[in-house]
Design a protein around this ligand. Structure first.
Ligand code: PLP
Length: 443
């Protein structure tokens, strides 16, 4: 698989390189030179397969010969070891539940696949091992947990996670800041965009680059986006044969950094019959405003109930624009919308009246899907997080009439102390800390 840097097109790399390095020069994201296309009969065959086998097949079509099919199948078997049910909550609306992995959010798919692929890469000595491998990631809440759990205990890989102090839920923080061992966490005074900016600066820093093999496990890593392509196929595999080819399926994607929507658009471009997507955001609505006015004008990030979507400079947007440009499609074809906190609360209540409890992120996507769906269309809303992950909030919305069960795997983290380092938003401070954690320490 060949990829090029969207910002500096002359930089091309293979998949392995993009997997290990994450970002290209000048902080550009990598994009595939060639994209696979499946015919209708191939799609038909694919949709008849089991999730794991199908996913391995799709990934090997994207990745090509750098990893054998068997090797990809092994990675997928280990990474995607939990169910992905499509749950019909109305006649024409279903929720694709992507939150049955260990950290109860869809990010488990991408992080776990990426960890397995990196592990294989390291085991086969396919990268220069003279420097420590460091996974440096910014999180608005859920990436941190997914990455920490996917890499926890893996030999020779340090994981450092930055997150905005007091802007994630207590359960979210407990989930990834209590692990220790090869997982270090840093709470930053500032918002997610500041954390993301610090990560980007680290990748551009000559001193750090000299000392370390820096890798970001953010959704800028192409392996994570590719992992997510797979569950769009699974969604279609679970709907009736009759319904599949009417070209009337709308998928609503709760979006922050827009990795999930990128993956959906890649699935569509490979031939999966999806009529359109809804780019659903909270009031951090840079993209909806852009799709309305054509002007890209990020505003300061605001904290909301759907905090994993509190992003105002979404990195993956450049990939989406690139895909539309390559396919000669207008980006303004996309459906979109934004939902404020009051409406998130009302929507969680409304969906509960249909007999389904959803989390605040999923509620954003449901609201816009329900508002925009035409009578001849059928809608799928991505369920990106388990409602128990936002237990206090969701129970409060529902006036304590329901009590959400926190799965046992999460409960044990609640009683452990938070081990995070604290820094201001300064890069110099971060650089010193990274040095202390990785070069001075000796795990
Ligand atoms: C990360 C996250 C999102 C946003 O996904 P992107 O791929 O960054 O757009 C939505 N919902 C939840 C629960 C998340 O954790």
């Amino acid at each position: 698989m060949k990829l090029y840097n969207i910002k500096q097109r002359e930089e091309t790399v293979n998949f392995l390189h993009a997997l290990i390095q994450g970002l290209g020069k000048n902080q550009g994201l990598f994009f595939p030179v060639d994209l696979p296309r499946f015919s209708i009969s191939e799609i038909d065959n694919l949709l008849g397969m089991q999730f794991v086998e199908r996913s391995a097949y799709i990934l090997s079509k994207f990745i090509g010969s750098e990893f054998s099919q068997n090797c990809i199948l092994n990675c997928v078997e280990k990474a995607f070891n939990f169910p992905v049910p499509l749950n019909f909550i109305k006649k024409n609306v279903a929720i694709l539940e992507l939150f049955h992995g260990p950290t109860l959010a869809f990010k488990d798919f991408g992080s776990r696949l990426m960890a397995q692929m990196l592990l294989i890469t390291m085991e086969t000595h396919r990268y220069e091992q003279e420097k420590p491998m460091v996974i440096l990631t910014a999180t608005s809440g859920d990436t941190g947990a997914a990455v920490a759990h996917a890499f926890y205990g893996l030999d020779n890989i340090h994981v450092i996670i930055l997150y905005p102090r007091n802007k994630i839920s207590i359960l979210q923080e407990k989930l990834f800041c209590t692990l220790g061992e090869n997982i270090s966490t840093i709470s930053v005074e500032g918002d997610f965009d500041i954390c993301q900016d610090l990560v980007k600066k680290s990748f551009n820093d000559d001193l750090l680059k000299k000392m370390l093999y820096l890798n970001s496990a953010n959704s800028i890593n192409i392996s994570r986006v590719l992992a997510q392509v797979c569950y769009y196929f699974e969604a279609l595999a679970q709907i009736d044969y009759e319904r599949r080819y009417h070209n009337n399926l709308i998928i609503s994607v709760p979006s922050g950094n827009f990795g999930n929507l990128t993956a959906g658009l890649l699935a569509q471009s490979s031939g999966l019959p999806i009529k359109n997507f809804i780019a659903a955001t909270n009031i951090n609505d840079t993209v909806p405003r852009f799709l309305t006015s054509g002007l890209w004008n990020p505003l300061p990030t605001i904290s909301t109930f759907s905090n994993a979507m509190d992003v105002s400079c979404p990195s993956n947007w450049s990939r989406i624009e690139e895909l539309f440009r390559r396919e000669n499609r207008s980006i303004f074809e996309l459906q979109f919308g934004s939902v404020n906190d009051e409406l998130i609360k009302k929507t969680v209540q409304e969906v509960a009246n249909l007999g389904y409890i959803c989390d605040p992120h999923t509620a954003v996507a449901y609201r816009l899907l329900d508002d925009q769906l035409c009578s001849d269309e059928f809608g799928i809303c991505l369920g990106t997080a388990h409602p128990a992950k936002f237990k206090e909030l969701v129970e409060c919305f529902l006036e304590d009439k329901v009590s959400l069960l926190v799965p046992n795997a999460l409960k044990k983290h609640m009683i452990l102390p938070v081990l995070s380092h604290k820094i201001s938003g300064s890069f110099a401070e971060l650089r010193d800390l990274i040095y202390d954690i990785t070069v001075k320490s000796d795990i």
